[in-house]
Every structure is written in C-alpha cells, then in structure tokens.
Design a binder for this molecule. Structure first.
Ligand code: AP5
Ligand code: MG
Ligand code: ZN
Length: 217
C-alpha cells in the first residue's frame, strides 16, 4: 500500500492499543512504534535508559517527558517512518502531544487519526492479569482470549512469554489512576483538532480491528 498514514492509538493501559497497533502496522505496511516496547527492550539489554525507565515503570508511573520525547523523536526520524507509522503509548501527556505537533509542523506534516480504544476500568484488570508478553519481540497474548499456539512460547519468534512486572494488580490500579489524570485529557485535545475517533474496545479483537479499518478507509 502506498498511502502515508500517521496514526496515534489512545486508550487505558490494557485497552488493546498494542494488539490493534500491530494489526494496523501489518495491514498497511507501516512501523508500529511503542514507547513501552522501546523501554522494555532497553531494560532487557541493561542500558542506562532502561534502568532509569524501569524505576518509573515498576511503580506504574510515567517516564519523564524529556526522556520519552527524545526517544520518540529519534525513532520517527528514521527512514522507515517516511511511509507513516502507528504510535502506541505516545503521546501520554499534553506536553508530549504538543512537542509532537511542533515537530510535525516544522515538516509541514500532521497526525491523520487519533483512535481511542475505549474499555472501562473493570475490564482492564482482568485483561492485565491474563496478559503474557514476549520477552524478545513484544508480541502480546492472553491466557484466555488470545492464546499462543504453544503455552508460554511466542508464536512470532519462539521466545519465552512472561507476566510483565507492571501487570501485578497493585501496579495496575496505579497505572489506571495515572491514565485518568495525565493521559485521558488527550481525548479532548485530539477531539478539538477534529481527528479523534472512538472504537468500542470491549468487542472481540477482530471486531475492534474491523471498526478501526473502517475509520482508516
Ligand atoms: P505501555 O507498554 O505503553 O503500557 P500501557 O499503556 O500500560 O498499555 P499496555 O501495553 O499495558 O496495554 P495495551 O493497550 O497495549 O493492551 P494490549 O494490546 O497489550 O507502557 C508501559 C509503561 O512505560 C508506562 O506505564 C510508563 O511507565 C512507560 N511509558 C510508555 N510510554 C510512555 C510515554 N509516552 N510517556 C511516559 N511513560 C511512558 O492488550 C492487553 C491484554 O488484553 C493482552 O493480554 C491482550 O491479548 C488482551 N486483549 C487485547 N485486545 C483484546 C480484546 N479485544 N478482547 C480481549 N482481550 C484483548
Ligand atoms: Mg501495549
Ligand atoms: Zn516474540
């Protein structure tokens, strides 16, 4: 597909941003960029960035804007992003969104769609405790809803599946609070720009995806 699309995925932790972003990226041949995945890769490789990010992530807090913005801007400046991208987990604060806008502005460019995957808090808790994530490629599964072919093993790359450190129930509550305080205001932010679309994220994963494809086409 030769179209250039820049998409932002909004939604609470566990709403399915990553699951849907991956489907979008595969269908349209654009990179899937998850700041959470970038941080986790750094943690796994023991980098200084990873150590700093981990101290916030394990508490369910956001990594400071300065750090996050720099990483994201470096990533979207890479060659493969010329054909567009789907951002998953960025922006997460109004200042992050403003920096992104400013950078795109300089290039006479803009975000095309902000898609809010809407899931109530009650459903979130259940999803998180059942989630298993690949230590290597970031692919996500669920022990009931989205099972891997072999238990505990990633379909994509054959590596081990684990419960994320920040998916413990105590931390999930904190992440939800942080979401409502710092990230939810982005829904109005993009609403005012006229590019916000909301999908019902409580549906089956494929139904959510169909709703998103309708929006994009
Ligand atoms: P990040 O990795 O972005 O985590 P998050 O926003 O908390 O979101 P999740 O990845 O937990 O959920 P998701 O919406 O991707 O859902 P998923 O598809 O996996 O960030 C982690 C941390 O990094 C943050 O807390 C913060 O500290 C830091 N960070 C990252 N970005 C930052 C930024 N910009 N600024 C500052 N700090 C930042 O789905 C969840 C589960 O449900 C899975 O098991 C999945 O299989 C299942 N599922 C998905 N869809 C469905 C469905 N339709 N029905 C049933 N089950 C489903
Ligand atoms: Mg995710
Ligand atoms: Zn994998």
């Amino acid at each position: 597909m030769g179209i250039c699309m820049k998409i932002i995925m909004l939604g609470a932790p566990g709403a399915g941003k990553g699951t849907q972003a991956k489907l979008i990226a595969d269908k349209y041949g654009i990179p899937h960029i998850s700041t959470g995945d970038i941080f986790r890769a750094n943690i796994k490789n023991g980098t200084a960035l990873g150590m700093e990010a981990k101290s916030y992530m394990d508490q369910g807090l956001l990594v400071p804007d300065e750090l996050t913005v720099k990483i994201l801007l470096d990533r979207v400046a890479q060659e493969d992003c010329k054909k567009g991208y789907v951002l998953d987990g960025f922006p997460r604060t109004i200042p992050q969104a403003e920096v992104l806008d400013k950078e795109l502005d300089k290039l006479h460019d803009q975000i095309d769609h902000a898609i809010d995957v809407d899931v109530p808090d009650e459903n979130i808790i259940k999803r998180m405790s059942g989630r298993r994530a690949c230590v290597s490629c970031g692919a996500t599964y669920h022990i009931e809803y989205i099972k891997p072919q072999r238990e505990g093993v990633c379909d994509e790359c054959g590596q081990e599946l684990v419960l994320r450190d920040d998916d413990r129930p105590e931390t999930v509550g904190r992440r939800l609070d942080v979401y409502h305080e710092q990230t939810q205001p982005l829904i109005d932010f993009y609403g005012q720009k006229g590019i916000l679309k909301t999908v019902d994220g409580t549906q089956d994963m494929q139904d959510v995806f169909h709703a998103i494809v309708k929006i994009l086409e």
